[in-house]
Design a binder for this molecule. Structure first.
Ligand SMILES: Cc1cc2nc3c(=O)[nH]c(=O)nc-3n(C[C@H](O)[C@H](O)[C@H](O)COP(=O)(O)OP(=O)(O)OC[C@H]3O[C@@H](n4cnc5c(N)ncnc54)[C@H](O)[C@@H]3O)c2cc1C
Length: 419
């Protein structure tokens, strides 16, 4: 049986950056990463918008606000040191009616509270100087926002980790974990790994890994009902929200110089479909947000009955449905109707036409939902004596990966001292 100091589940950018930070803090540590796919960045990390977020949206002092700003700086430093192409192009948040104009003011306040300099309100003409094809009442310009390819960052991290002696176990799923006197045993589809400490960065399946941790279960007894206990459910469930993209044709791509966003609805954790000129120069439109029919369901025809049943019967989803049914229906309609998707984009750039859009890729967000409430707004970590579970790491977790990694390493090292 192989023995490690730290074993991480999941080779997305959060698992990779956490292993990197652990090795930086304790170079002698024996570290393993178990990943069910054949390479790094196979799910959320390899299917995102590639935006380096500035931290404008997040509640001051929340994990998202703190770790996004800290992670932003570390990501840029890492990219510079490792010659990873990236660009700080700034972004324009576009208000097209009076209600949105008043929300812009709130966003500007939040940017200030989060310590961002140089975020400025622009009138319609000044906005056009940055994005000539935009039509708006007012806009907010955020100079810090940029673009990068997170797959490239992940590949670089993999190389550095392998160079630092980290063992990768690809094509291997963690099926169970159990605590014993000397540590934790992770049973994978191919072997047993003995580890002093286990770190769960399994993204869309992070709730499933946390449910395997017997030490977390007693907490459910105190808050859950008998039925929940019998069902073996924890209080947090990952709901998979697919985001679909269109690509702009080469001719139409000239209508977008950088990043153009709508004013996000503060009641919802998603930012609304936007236009992004990626680091490779091609322009994407999206992503929308529809409940996926399986956790790794990238298209409508990818269905897993058990996973869908679990999502639909989750009390938290019913609550979200009750509060946001109109937005949910609009999102489904925008997913199946190209004219509806186009009409959202035309609010930002009115001259876009259906011919400018070709079907693009998609990604699935791992969005945690509390059983008795809403979608979890902030990043979420849960700990037992020898396990740390990263239970909610949606956007801007790619931007924040090094700061999340530092938080994970700090908790793991402190916990080890206390054992
Ligand atoms: C459509 C979309 C757009 C986004 N845009 C941005 C953006 O522009 N900027 C930004 O900062 N963030 C963005 N995000 C968010 C960002 O991509 C994620 O927050 C981040 O990638 C999460 O990384 P992760 O490592 O936690 O998860 P993942 O990348 O999903 O990695 C988890 C890994 O765990 C593995 N795994 C799961 N279960 C097991 C198991 N039992 N055994 C072994 N391995 C397992 C999976 O195969 C997977 O590789 C976006 C996300 C999406 C979906």
């Amino acid at each position: 049986m192989s023995r490690y100091d730290y074993t991480l589940v999941g080779a997305g950018i959060v698992g990779l950056a956490s292993a990197f930070k652990l090795k930086q803090a304790k170079p002698s540590a024996k570290v393993a990463i178990v990943e069910k796919e054949s390479d790094v960045a196979a799910h959320q990390t390899g299917h995102n918008s590639g935006v380096i977020h500035s931290g404008v949206y997040y509640k001051p002092d929340s994990y998202k606000a703190r770790l996004c700003l800290q992670g932003y700086a570390e990501l840029l430093e890492f990219a510079t040191q490792n010659d990873i192409p990236h660009k700080i192009c700034g972004k324009l948040i576009v208000a097209v009616n009076e209600a949105e104009v008043s929300r812009l003011a709130a966003l500007q306040e939040r940017a200030k509270a989060n310590g961002l300099d140089g975020v400025k309100r622009l009138g319609a003409e000044a906005a056009k100087e940055i994005e000539p094809y935009v039509e708006c009442k007012e806009a907010l310009y955020v100079p810090q926002t940029g673009v990068i390819d997170y797959k490239v960052v992940s590949q670089r991290l993999k190389k550095l980790l392998i160079g630092g002696g980290v063992d990768f176990y690809f094509d291997e799923s963690v099926l169970n974990i159990s605590h014993d006197r000397s540590g934790v045993t992770a049973l994978t589809s191919k072997r047993s790994l003995q580890t002093k400490y286990l770190i769960n960065c399994a993204g869309l399946y992070s709730d499933k890994i946390s449910e395997m941790d017997q030490e977390l279960r007693p907490q459910e007894f105190s808050v859950g009902s008998g039925d929940d206990l019998l069902a073996g459910r924890s209080e947090i469930r990952i709901l998979p929200f697919r985001g679909e993209y269109y690509d702009l044709t080469a001719d139409a791509a000239g209508k977008v110089k950088g990043l153009i966003y709508p004013v996000a609805d503060p009641a919802f954790p998603f930012l609304g479909v936007h236009l992004t000129r990626g680091i490779d120069g091609h322009v994407e439109a999206g992503p929308n947000a529809v409940l996926a029919l399986r956790r790794e369901g990238y298209r409508w025809n990818q269905l897993n009955i058990d996973e869908l049943f679990e999502s639909l019967t989750w009390p938290g989803l019913r609550r979200i449905g009750a509060n946001h049914w109109r937005m949910g229906l609009e999102e489904v309609w925008r997913s199946i109707s190209k004219p509806a998707f186009l009409s959202s984009l035309q609010k930002l750039v009115p001259s876009l036409t259906a011919e400018d859009l070709v079907v693009g890729g998609s990604g699935v967000r791992a969005q945690a939902s509390h059983k008795y409430g809403e979608l979890l707004d902030d990043f979420c970590f849960e700990e037992s004596s020898r396990c740390l579970h990263v239970l909610n790491a949606p956007s801007p977790a790619a931007t924040s990966c090094f700061a999340i990694g530092a938080e994970v390493a700090k908790r793991a090292l402190t916990s080890e001292v206390n054992l």
